[in-house]
Write a protein that binds this ligand. Structure first.
Ligand SMILES: [Zn+2]
Length: 446
């Protein structure tokens, strides 16, 4: 990294730190005496915090000077960085005098750039044109998308713009292609259950339900399941809100509520298209819930997700939505609950003692934990993996589900059909040094 530090900053910060940053200029603003630091390379969060600690809370870190003034080049650079970091989103947050750019990695946001408001305006206009949005509209929310090529990689980006106190806030979601997903083991699904799952996924009727909170990777799991289905010989169609993972081998439909294209409306139409397998994004309304269960009994195989905390809650949620218990019992085959946990950074992992409270909760004394390094942005974690509860319903459980008077037995019955539980599965990952007890605990809390 270039080391062009000015004499002034050299006096104010330790030499070791000065060597880590590429200083273009450092000065105090004449009126406000606010320290202004211009750098040519983005700073990591840790360095930024250290600099603020040393130079004062009002430090303004500016990376505009050396950045390209060309919006197209800048977007290219930001997206390249996002791809490299395996980021899922880019946020542009307008502040009083500048705009902060943050990337979302492993579920959390990290600031990487600061742009001047004028450059941001040109970036925004450029993106509006590429996404075929109204460039003159600055107050009403707008949504659009565009494709972007970086080398051989083609990325699809969805953008959303809303007006905040300090200007238009832009959020970019990097949509994934199914080619980026591998097999079940790659998302953390228990490898011992792969062949059982494969058998279930090749049935002609029935339903698999995946539950978990928002952002727990339900859609990824459903799309990975489709990889085990003969997509060439079968008609696979999905209804999602909206489509976020592209799979060219299936037909994908997005919900557009404002046009009346709701889940239930599209599902009724899809059933006329002679589908073999139907993938449904999160089910939220009684009509779709009922239609889904009915479809899975009439020659269709259905994969769907639902907002529920565990296997038992999936069944109760469906019945709460008015689906007849008998219908739930006859259609459901497999109930899956999942959460995402962050993986311990391989580069800075060390063995530590588990805190007393967590020790009591987990029964574990020691675990691996990241100390924090450049690779993991000083968070101690890099990448995420799934933890799963898998229930394969037996005929006895199905009889209990169908009979409202026996629902008190449900919990006990499901325990017998359970292959893995979320807590057990998570703690097993801790034993293997892949995640921490706290990560598992927090993920189960949501
Ligand atoms: Zn690390």
């Amino acid at each position: 990294m270039d080391n062009k530090e000015q004499p002034l900053i050299k006096k104010l910060i330790p030499e070791e730190l000065a060597q880590k940053i590429s200083v273009e200029s450092f000065y105090f603003e004449s009126k406000s005496r606010r320290p202004i630091l211009r750098v040519s390379e983005p700073l990591d969060e840790y360095t930024e915090k250290t600099l603020i600690g040393l130079l004062g809370e009002d430090l303004c870190i500016n990376q505009v000077a050396s950045q390209s003034k060309n919006p197209e080049e800048l977007i290219n650079r930001l997206l390249e960085e996002a791809l490299l970091k395996k980021a899922t989103d880019l946020h542009f947050d307008p502040q009083k005098e500048s705009v902060v750019v943050r990337v979302r990695m492993d579920g959390l946001l990290y600031p990487i750039y600061q742009l001047s408001s004028s450059l941001y305006q040109r970036v925004l206009n450029h993106l509006k044109i590429r996404s075929r949005l109204n460039i003159a509209e600055k107050r009403l929310p707008q949504e659009g998308s565009f494709s972007h090529n970086i080398g051989e990689n083609s990325m699809d980006i969805r953008i959303s713009i809303i007006s905040t106190c300090f200007g238009e806030k832009l959020a970019m979601r990097i949509l994934l292609s199914i080619n980026e997903f591998g097999k079940l083991e790659d998302i953390g699904f228990p490898s011992s259950l792969t062949s059982m799952m494969q058998g279930k996924l090749n049935k002609k009727t029935g339903a698999i339900w995946v539950s978990g909170p928002t952002g727990s990777g339900k859609s990824s799991t459903l799309h990975v399941f489709l990889q085990y289905i003969d997509k060439k010989r079968l008609h696979v169609i999905s209804i999602e809100d909206p489509v976020e993972i592209y799979d060219p081998q299936i037909n994908q439909l997005s919900i557009v509520e404002s046009m009346g294209l709701t889940y239930s409306f599209l599902l009724k139409k899809v059933l006329r298209q002679d589908p073999d397998v139907i993938l449904l994004g999160e089910i939220r309304d009684p009509e779709t819930a009922r239609l889904t269960c009915e479809a899975s009994l009439t020659g269709h195989f259905v994969l769907s997700s639902i907002h529920a905390k565990d296997g038992e809650s999936i069944l109760l949620r469906l019945m709460d939505m008015g689906v007849d218990p008998y219908l739930v019992a006859s259609s459901a085959d497999i109930l899956i609950s999942q959460r995402l946990v962050r993986k311990v950074c391989k580069h800075c992992a060390e063995e530590v003692l588990v805190s007393p409270y967590m020790r009591e909760w987990s029964g574990l004394e020691k675990m691996m934990k990241g100390r924090g390094c450049e690779d993991c942005y000083y968070s101690g974690f890099r990448y995420r993996t799934g933890i799963f509860e898998v229930i394969s319903l037996s005929s006895e459980s199905k009889r209990v589900i169908a009979d409202v008077n026996r629902h008190a037995e449900l919990n006990e019955c499901l325990k017998n059909d359970r292959w893995t539980s979320l807590k057990e599965y998570g703690l097993n990952l801790v034993r293997q040094g892949k995640t921490t007890v706290d990560e598992v605990y927090l993920s189960l809390d949501s």
